[in-house]
Design a protein around this ligand. Structure first.
Ligand SMILES: [Zn+2]
Length: 340
């Protein structure tokens, strides 16, 4: 914390006053999760938007919904309205100032400088009791290809108590034009528990990493389990490439990622996507459904800002949404087969 000199030199946009703490990988000043919780505590007191976001989460209504073979939690959280209904199309993004660029942060918002390259920020519209955004210092597009190393480094630095999340630029990222991840408490999303219970027979093994495709969870998910970050990173690259081959696209295949650490295991859940939002999202009037599936929803927490949607969401509707936004099983299996 003492040495913030030169931060302004690293990025002229980053004011030293925006820095709450610095994490460089040395453990001298405590663990990264502790540092982040300290930031959160401070932000709730000093930044009214964060205080309001956590207050909204505190009064959010939740209920469990049993579906065929799995369950989800429905959360009515008016504080998420901006996020759920965000216009993340090219025009919408081009027409707004980027809220993750250091120069545009509200003056009350502080961050932790992470390994000289990223800023860890409190998400002022939380879904979890601690919800952080890890945002690149520079304005550069959301994309996994060049960021797998960071993803794995975050898993190592945060440890088993946290999950690291990623939304693809076309399926849930709130800022598709600015590279970022999320970090949330581990074990909070229903799918984490459901998939921990049992693994199906693995579909293939590559470089020490087991690749599974569990069925009966209502959406398509590929699990990659490996003993260390390098092997899991290779497998993730291979799956992304495999999806690109079968989908015949040079763009990043649509997907959301949940990354989990256990003591000696690295696990990545990949949700391959066919669509960002269900068709009902775009309807006018009564039929409109204000649910915008991103990584948290694919993990089993269906967030809606509206009471009407909270009340009417049932298992059939959840199954329909998951089915609609997931990539079909045949294509997912072909992508696993195409991994090199
Ligand atoms: Zn930006």
């Amino acid at each position: 914390m003492s040495d913030t000199m030169g931060i302004g030199g690293y990025s002229p946009l980053l004011d030293a006053g925006a820095i709450y703490g610095v994490f460089e990988g040395k453990q001298c000043s405590g663990s990264l999760p502790e540092l982040c919780l300290g930031l959160l505590d401070r932000q709730k007191k000093a930044w009214p938007a964060a205080a309001a976001g956590y207050e909204s989460l505190g009064s959010a209504r939740e209920r469990e919904l049993k579906c065929r073979g799995f369950s989800v939690r429905v959360q009515q959280n008016p504080g998420r309205s901006k996020s759920t209904l965000a216009d993340v199309g090219e025009k919408g993004v081009a027409g707004r100032a980027c809220f993750l660029c250091p120069a545009n942060l509200p003056k009350e918002q502080k961050g932790i400088l992470y390994r000289d390259t990223y800023l860890i920020l409190c998400n002022p519209m939380p879904v979890f009791s601690s919800h952080f955004t890890v945002s690149h210092l520079d304005h550069r597009p959301q994309g996994i290809a060049g960021a797998v190393v960071t993803l794995l480094q975050l898993m190592s630095d945060f440890g088993p108590g946290s999950s690291v999340l990623y939304n693809g630029p076309r399926c849930g990222a709130s800022a598709p034009d600015h590279l970022h991840f999320q970090v949330v408490p581990a074990g909070q999303m229903p799918i984490e528990k459901e998939l921990r219970l049992e693994r199906p027979a693995f579909r293939r093994r590559t470089g020490g990493v087991s690749v599974y495709r569990p069925k009966g969870v209502g959406r398509r998910v590929v699990i990659m389990d490996g003993p260390g970050p390098d092997a899991v990173g290779e497998a993730l690259h291979a799956l992304v490439k495999g999806l690109g081959i079968v989908l015949r696209t040079d763009l990043e295949p649509m997907m959301n990622l949940v990354c989990l650490r256990r003591e000696h295991a690295y696990t990545v859940l990949v949700f391959p996507r066919a669509k960002h939002r269900p068709d009902a999202f775009y309807l006018e009037g009564e039929g409109r459904l204000a649910i915008s599936p991103a990584v948290v929803e694919m993990g089993g927490i269906m967030v809606t800002p509206l009471e009407r949607d909270f009340e009417r969401l049932d298992s059939a509707l959840v199954e329909q949404i998951f089915n609609e936004v997931s990539l079909d099983a045949t294509t997912v299996e072909a992508a696993i087969d195409a991994m090199e």
